[in-house]
Write a protein of this length. Structure first.
Length: 79
């Protein structure tokens, strides 16, 4: 793995180890619970908008796990 990519992952993991990251994940999880309630959706456009919101929330909520998996793969390739 090149130095720039190594630095990227080290800084990403450092950020995700903070209490601020934990607070952000808690807030996003609460927001996801609100957004996934489709009872208040009035039309298809709102439904599509909610789907987009959920996609982004899932991306953020799963970011740490995804980074860890890719990093492990890259470490395995480097050996």
């Amino acid at each position: 793995m090149d130095k720039e990519l190594q630095t990227y992952y080290e800084e990403t993991f450092s950020m995700m180890a903070t209490q601020g990251w934990d607070f952000l994940m808690e807030d996003l999880e609460k927001l996801k619970q609100q957004v996934q309630n489709i009872r208040t959706v009035e039309d298809a456009q709102q439904l599509y908008y909610r789907q987009g919101q959920l996609d982004i929330l899932d991306l953020m909520l799963n970011r740490k796990k995804t980074c860890e998996e890719v990093y492990e793969q890259l470490q395995g390739e480097a050996q």
